[in-house]
Design a protein around this ligand. Sequence first.
Ligand code: NAD
Length: 297
Amino acid sequence: MATNTTSSQTGTRSRSSAAGTTKAAGSAAGTAPATTRSATKEIEAHPNGLRLTGKVALITGGARGMGASFAKAMVDQGASVMITDVRDDAGNQLARSLGKNAAYRRLDVTNRDDWKAAVKETIHQFGKLNVLVNNAGIVNFAPIDENDPENWDHTIAVDLTGSYNGIKASVEALKRYAPSSIINISSTAGMRGYRSLTAYSAAKFGLRGLTKSVALDLAAMKIRCNSVHPGPTNTPMLAGHEDAKDQVAMKRVGQPYEIANLVVFLASDESSFSTGSEFVADGGELAGLAPSSPVEN
Ligand SMILES: NC(=O)c1ccc[n+]([C@@H]2O[C@H](COP(=O)([O-])OP(=O)(O)OC[C@H]3O[C@@H](n4cnc5c(N)ncnc54)[C@H](O)[C@@H]3O)[C@@H](O)[C@H]2O)c1
């Protein structure tokens, strides 16, 4: 991530240079090694300064919570976004508030016919599809000896098979409009166990495996695939579980925009060498046992 910050700064210098106003110090002296020059070229920002110009994204579970934050951040950075969900009122309202570069359509991620139609409509409306954000998710809390098998089936269907369905339905479009990026929203529950979260944890670990396998299958087609692992984040899903902050080193929950920043990076060409990887934003939850005293943030 540090490289990313430096990169966009370098990109800005490079744009000035193209306009003939300034030259990067190394190039001016003619001493920069070839690798430095080529890295600078690769990370030039789009002339309009936005990081997702030319990207068309489909986001699942985008009507509220993190998905809504991803949609806003991506539109802000120049992408067109198809927001999908099963919450039609909230989804339509959000799309209207984001203007002409956003639209909403209903998509239940467990329904393969819905998927086909949503991909088709995205291409019809925005001309292409090159970013897929598999974000829709549900959570159910019950210890293994109390949870019922229907609950397991449904959670796996939404949280894991839903993403598989999305990748299957989108892959031909993602190839056609590459470079493309698939972003699977997992969780810290995809990295460690939690009490009473059997199906959720199994699905989120499964997403990591799916991510790596897909990354290997599709790298040659210029499609990257990564997983994102948020810690407890302030969305409707976390309601009633805010004390999860106690297990976080920073002693607070995350805000949706803090995850959206990571998603924008992965959707953009700034992350062009990242595939098959886990990207964590968890306030230090996975670093180890959190301090018991409060921390100033
Ligand atoms: N909030 C957290 O603390 C947290 C932490 C780690 C990971 N996550 C993950 O982040 C993602 C977003 O969660 P959130 O916190 O914004 O939750 P949320 O409940 O606010 O949003 C989830 C969205 O998914 C939609 N959805 C549910 N079932 C669906 C289906 N079958 N088809 C399509 N859409 C469906 C819901 O309608 C909702 O709009 C989820 O995958 C979740 O597991 C959340």
